[in-house]
Design a protein around this ligand. Structure first.
Ligand code: NAP
Length: 411
């Protein structure tokens, strides 16, 4: 008697995929690869760990087809697709055969697994978040925005050139929520003669626009002129954006993001931790709360913000002018001459009692955005302050994730 294994084959929807490479970078077993046309998953290698699913900005990665194992779509075929094949109805497999598809853990198991493996970003959104619109504009049909402002945020003598860039969408509908990202299509071709990949940026303005009632949004962009090892390199999209002039046109795709969103219910508090340009979504959320301010019903805002010096800190001036009873701001400067190096995690430790008080409140939502490297340090700081108060951070973190109260966006 022959037995048939039915596989729930993991695929990537080529119509939605923006070729940002996030999935390929995330896959721990190298099951994902690409050519100049498509990103594809090797059914023989994929272990269904789901690590790639939540970081995908478009959801293209969350595509599945039930197939007989021997009929799994080969890579060569996937690379030629313009769209996913239709689902083919399968008859039951022969008795004795393994007819169960590869197991799909439910969301709670997925989230718990992400929590224990130290991965963030897998959380559902806050229960009271507004509905996000995603994938309204694709590479094939981008929205065309007009630059209505490009302002340098860092001091002229600062080592980094960080820009506040305002894009106006004219009559095009481009609704975004705080915490969402958009994709920028830089013009020109890469070294292989192909169009540049989409580059993602967090929206730095609230949902009603950088300028209220205008159809615009802002981005926080740092000019990249060196790689992680300090070797000179020109960031394609960041240099393109930083050099834009008022009136220039920009191709934009997205919006993306259904999880890193802010709560809307009365009494909700935000605990925001960021480094450098990771401040973009924190600015958006803070500004949303400032504009909608209702002190009698709003919860607390607490911000930990890391930068090299005050002159390298985006939005430093405006942030220092916000009233203390509106937002509790903690700046961590790492390169101030004559002062010890401070990172956000040092200040989280120093403010441990207040942070734990917030963590104990079921209306607190935690956001972490910026350098990937800070995740470990922040995690250790949370573990330490929780244990000081008789809490086990891993358990707290898993609960926060399950409840859509823990959101991470680091690169
Ligand atoms: P940066 O200026 O290089 O660093 C900001 C601060 O973080 C510095 O004080 C730095 O200290 C400190 N830092 C370095 N390693 C750390 C660690 N392990 N733990 C805690 N703090 C640490 O930052 P950046 O260049 O702006 O980078 C921001 C990151 O945010 C990028 O990876 C970017 O991709 C990401 N991001 C950007 C956006 C956006 O919309 N633009 C959105 C989301 C995320 P020292 O360097 O002095 O050690």
């Amino acid at each position: 008697m022959t037995t048939t294994t039915i596989l729930r084959q993991h695929l990537i929807d080529p119509e939605i995929c923006i070729r940002c490479n996030t999935c390929e970078e995330t896959c721990p077993v190298d099951a994902i690869s690409h050519d100049s046309r498509n990103y594809v998953v090797d059914a023989a290698i994929c272990k269904f760990c789901y690590n790639c699913v939540s970081p995908c900005p478009t959801g293209a990665i969350d595509s599945w087809r039930r197939v007989r194992a021997e009929n799994a779509y080969p890579l060569a075929e996937q690379l030629l697709w313009d769209s996913l094949p239709a689902e083919v109805a399968l008859e039951d497999s022969s008795p004795g055969g393994d007819s169960s598809p590869a197991p799909l853990p439910d969301d709670v198991e997925r989230i718990a697994a992400a929590a224990t493996s130290g991965q963030g970003g897998a959380a559902p959104p806050p229960w009271s978040a507004a509905h996000p619109y995603v994938n309204l504009y694709s590479i094939q049909k981008p929205a065309v925005a007009t630059v209505s402002g490009n302002f340098r945020l860092t001091a002229e003598d600062a080592s980094s050139d960080i820009r506040h860039i305002v894009l106006d969408f004219g009559n095009a509908s481009f609704p975004v929520l705080e915490g969402q990202t958009i994709g920028i299509l830089a013009p020109g071709l890469d070294v292989h003669g192909k169009p540049h990949h989409v580059r993602l940026y967090s929206v730095a303005s609230p949902r009603d626009g950088e300028r209220p009632r205008y159809n615009n949004l802002s981005l926080t962009v740092k000019r990249v002129d060196a790689d992680h090892d300090g070797k000179p390199t020109q960031g394609v999209a960041s240099n393109y954006l930083c050099d834009l002039k008022k009136g220039d046109k920009v191709n934009v795709v997205g919006p993306y993001g259904t999880s890193f969103l802010m709560p809307n219910h009365p009494g909700s508090s935000l605990l925001m931790i960021c480094t450098g340009t990771g401040s973009a979504p924190m600015r958006a959320m803070t500004e949303r709360r400032r504009r909608k301010s209702a002190p009698d019903v709003d919860g607390k805002l607490m911000l930990f913000f890391g930068a090299r010096t005050a002159s390298e800190l985006p939005y430093f001036g405006p942030l220092t002018r916000l009233p203390k009873d509106f937002i509790d701001i903690n700046f961590a400067f790492s390169r101030v001459t004559g002062a010890p190096r401070q990172y956000v995690q040092d200040l989280i430790r120093a403010r441990g009692d207040d942070v734990v008080r917030l963590l104990r409140d079921e209306n607190t939502y935690l956001y972490l955005c910026g350098l990937k490297g800070m995740e470990k340090g922040v995690d250790e700081a949370f573990a330490e302050i929780c244990s000081r108060h008789g809490l086990e951070w891993k358990a707290v973190q898993a609960e926060l994730l399950q409840q859509g109260r823990y959101h991470v966006e680091t690169y």
